[in-house]
Design a protein around this ligand. Structure first.
Ligand SMILES: Nc1nc2c(c(=O)[nH]1)N[C@H]1C(S)=C(S)[C@@H](COP(=O)(O)OP(=O)(O)OC[C@H]3O[C@@H](n4cnc5c(=O)[nH]c(N)nc54)[C@H](O)[C@@H]3O)O[C@H]1N2
Ligand SMILES: Nc1nc2c(c(=O)[nH]1)N[C@H]1C(S)=C(S)[C@@H](COP(=O)(O)OP(=O)(O)OC[C@H]3O[C@@H](n4cnc5c(=O)[nH]c(N)nc54)[C@H](O)[C@@H]3O)O[C@H]1N2
Ligand code: SF4
Ligand SMILES: [Mo]
Length: 737
């Protein structure tokens, strides 16, 4: 064990294998690549592609001078961005030219008794990974291999792992993010919300943002639509313990006591039913369980909700009446990051039920019906059927999960149950910041025979790997096509804007090379990615050359709303909207959501809340020189009265310590009236500990390190992460001038 522990001690020897560490050789390499790229040195050109600075995948047009990318702008042909990028999209150049990028494959070795990284060739690294994967398969079966992934390129690795015979795939963007929302809507309407979300903000008359700070959270199209809607006088209610930017644009701000949102939602349902403000015709025609719902929520009056939520009964009632008056264009916005308190699927069920009562599902200003471009897959043999079901708990514990549960895979790795997991492939997800309680992640990794990280940056997770494989950035590679369900169906192409720098390689190539070494040739039947993409695009009636020129191709819209010729259909068991869920009841859960108050924290502690910054994506952009310039560190928001009581001054450095004794790095205090006194708030993704990321290292505080506690959603395995409490002490770090 000791030996194993030391083997997977965090290894972050400054700079080894990063672009900057290549020093002269690195710069030589850079200039060589630039020269190779310089088709027309000094002459301007443009290349369309799509963004990967976040999952929204906006169409981008890259401007080049010679082989140097000078500017990224929105592709006007792309309906996801309408020609405009957010600050992170524009700042993507900083990720391409980040001097701290991973430059070569790295293998962990022990030299003179000390662990170190050794730069390796691709053949050495891939052979090693393939041999170890085969050894794990021989000893434990193919299911002992698990993949964690996020981002477009993850698809190639999911294909690899499924072809190898394992169903163990998890993405923190499900059980740490939108999972409860999608499950709740599937239970209620028979369909999830999807990504990009089917919210008809462009036509809504009223929107309730409940713990969703649109504008700080930059879903490009939605932010544009909301800005237009504000111009047209949309009625906004923001429910947030913090006075967010969008709260300042709202008719009402409801500074709710954190963790009590379900009480508020149930009270709104109560008023809509009691006062007959709901859409009776729609419900009679399309829903089951109205009487059961009425009975279950009869006690949840606004007067009952007031002491729980801190929102006055009169206000609760007034908002419910406004919702009734604006229906069906009254959108109770289900948000995206919803893993808050462990009862999240039930909270989102209440939001779905409100959507049904307001008749906003399938109607203008509510939830539109998205459609997809027809884009058949590349023909592939069927995957082998794994002899054991996924180990992530979806088979027995989390019965309603509709995707893999990343924390369930971590549990299985830790406990060896239901069977041992012995190898992790980690693609494009920094598990040290995305899974709660990083200690458990470290302990789980001690159980592995192999841990491979495929990343562009020396993010913390790479420090625990046996092999690090450097992917080139999204501006240097082809990827799979993007054609999600949306208002306007479209297909977008990601293509290289410049050649990969250093020894970095595209994900599709890495997955294919591993596949070939694992004897999975039949699953990678194409010659190269261009053949793969062209074949898919030809089946869709277009071609790679057309997409290379345009970047995005749009198709005619389907029926966005229900109508007499296209009446509502629901893929639930009953074929109707399920206000009352027999399915949940049979499984032993509440068929209608019930309110349980959140656990209070220890005396003297404040609840820790976190969220987004408009100029960063989680932790992955904190080292991006362009974006770090806009926001180099995060701040912790503390209410003015609370700060006065504990003697904290605005802009001074403080340290946070949570209920379990976990401590943050020094972080600046933002003393403000704009947050309730019982909680603090910080932007997620700062406080990096890997010295190889020179701009990000030691800047601000990391909320994940303080998230030692989490509450698991029994329906689908999501991890409620707003259940931690901190106390604040002065730090001796000086404020620099
Ligand atoms: N405490 C806490 N935990 C959270 C959240 C929170 O707010 N607080 N948010 C949750 C949410 S909503 C989500 S969606 C998840 C997301 O968490 P992650 O899945 O970790 O998401 P990303 O930030 O997209 O991925 C970051 C990793 O991808 C690498 N990367 C960036 N570009 C590329 C690329 O092109 N190729 C490869 N191979 N790697 C790349 C980065 O260097 C970094 O290591 O985290 C969840 N976890
Ligand atoms: N610029 C930018 N945009 C992003 C991202 C990014 O990293 N950067 N990440 C993307 C991703 S993956 C996701 S999932 C989304 C997430 O974006 P959102 O779904 O908007 O979620 P959060 O960022 O978690 O929202 C945090 C808000 O919830 C409030 N809050 C905290 N506790 C409570 C509570 O108990 N009740 C209520 N009502 N409110 C509470 C906080 O004060 C804060 O304003 O953003 C996406 N957009
Ligand atoms: S919202 Fe911003 S970061 Fe995300 S894909 Fe669009 S431009 Fe890129
Ligand atoms: Mo997310």
């Amino acid at each position: 064990m000791t030996n194993q522990l030391s083997r997977r001690e965090f290894l972050a020897i400054a700079g080894v294998g990063t672009a900057a560490a290549l020093g002269g050789a690195g710069l030589f390499e850079l200039s060589r690549v630039l020269a190779k790229n310089a088709k027309l040195a000094g002459i301007e050109s443009t290349v369309p592609t799509f963004c990967e600075m976040c999952f929204w995948k906006c169409g981008v047009v890259a401007h080049l001078e010679g082989s140097q990318v000078t500017k990224l702008v929105g592709n006007p042909l792309d309906p996801l961005c309408n020609g405009r990028l957010c600050p992170r999209g524009t700042g993507g150049i900083g990720s391409l030219y980040d001097p701290d990028r991973l430059a070569t494959p790295l293998i962990r070795i022990t030299k003179n008794g000390t662990a170190t990284w050794e730069p390796a060739t691709w053949d050495q690294a891939l052979d090693l990974v393939a041999n170890k994967l085969l050894a794990v398969k021989n000893k434990y079966g193919p299911e002992a291999i698990a993949l964690f992934n996020h981002g477009t390129g993850g698809g190639f690795f999911r294909h690899l792992v499924n072809a190898f015979g394992s169903a163990n795939v998890g993405q923190p963007s499900f059980a740490q993010c939108r999972g409860p929302r999608d499950v709740a809507f599937e239970l209620t309407f028979g369909e999830g919300i999807g990504s990009p979300e089917r919210y008809d903000l462009a036509n809504a008359k009223m929107v309730v943002l409940i713990g969703s700070h649109l504008g700080e959270n930059m879903h490009n199209t939605q932010v544009q639509e909301l800005a237009d809607a504000i111009g047209q006088g949309i009625h906004i209610v923001t429910v947030d313990p913090r006075f967010s930017v969008v709260a300042s644009k709202s008719q009402r701000w409801l500074p709710i006591k954190p963790g009590t949102d379900l009480a508020l939602l149930l009270a709104w349902i109560n008023v809509l039913l009691e006062e007959g403000l709901y859409d009776k015709d729609y419900i009679v025609k399309n829903a089951i369980g109205l009487e059961e719902l009425r009975r279950e929520v009869s006690g949840y009056t606004p007067e009952w909700a007031f002491p729980h939520t801190g929102i006055e009964a009169g206000t609760i009632r007034a908002v419910a009446r406004d919702l009734g008056a604006h229906r069906p264009g009254a959108l109770v916005y289900p948000g995206r990051h919803v893993t808050w308190y462990g009862d999240d699927t039930q909270r989102l069920r209440a939001i779905a039920i409100l959507g049904a009562l307001l008749g906003s599902w399938g109607h203008k200003g509510g939830f539109y019906h998205p459609s997809k471009a027809k884009l058949p897959p590349y023909p592939m043999p069927a995957y082998p059927k794994p002899s054991r079901q996924a180990a992530d708990g979806t088979a027995d514990r989390f019965l309603f999960a509709s995707e893999g549960v990343a924390n369930g895979l971590r549990d299985a790795t830790l406990t060896g149950k239901p069977y041992p997991i012995k190898a992790w492939l980690v693609y494009g997800t920094n598990l040290m910041q995305s899974l709660p309680n990083p200690k458990e992640t470290i302990e789980a990794m001690q159980k592995l025979d192999l841990m491979v990280a495929i990343d562009t940056m020396p993010a913390e997770i790479t420090g625990y790997a046996d092999v690090v494989l450097p992917e080139c950035t999204y501006l240097e590679r082809y990827d799979d096509l993007s054609a999600p369900p949306f208002r306007t169906p479209f297909i977008s192409l990601r293509q290289p804007v410049v050649q990969p720098m250093f020894q970095s390689k595209p994900g599709w190539w890495i997955a294919r090379e591993l596949g070939l070494r694992l004897g999975l040739k039949e699953y990678f039947p194409y010659k190269d990615i261009e053949e793969y993409l062209d074949s898919r695009l030809r089946r869709a009636g277009t071609s790679l050359s057309e997409l290379k020129e345009k970047g995005t191709l749009t198709f005619p819209e389907g029926a966005l709303y229900d109508s007499e010729s296209a009446p509502a259909k629901f893929a639930t068991d009953s074929g109707k909207i399920e206000l009352y869920s027999e399915k949940l009841k049979k499984a032993g859960f509440d068929p209608v959501p019930k309110y349980t108050p959140p656990d209070p924290g220890p005396p003297g502690f404040l609840r820790l809340l976190y969220g987004r910054s408009p100029v960063h994506t989680f932790g992955k952009t904190v080292n991006n020189p362009h974006l770090a310039e806009l926001q180099p560190e995060n701040e912790v928001w503390i209410n003015t009265d609370t700060a006065r009581e504990i003697g904290i001054e605005d802009q001074s450095y403080v340290t946070l310590e949570n209920q379990d004794g976990a401590k943050s790095m020094p972080v600046k205090a933002k003393v403000t009236e704009r947050i309730r006194p019982d909680c603090v708030f910080m932007v997620h993704g700062f406080g990096h500990t890997d010295r190889r990321m020179k701009l990000a290292y030691g800047r601000g505080a990391d909320d994940t390190g303080l998230t030692t506690k989490y509450k698991v959603d029994p329906l689908m395995g999501g991890t409620g992460m707003r259940v931690n409490f901190v106390r604040i002490t002065k730090s001796d770090r000086e404020v620099s001038a």
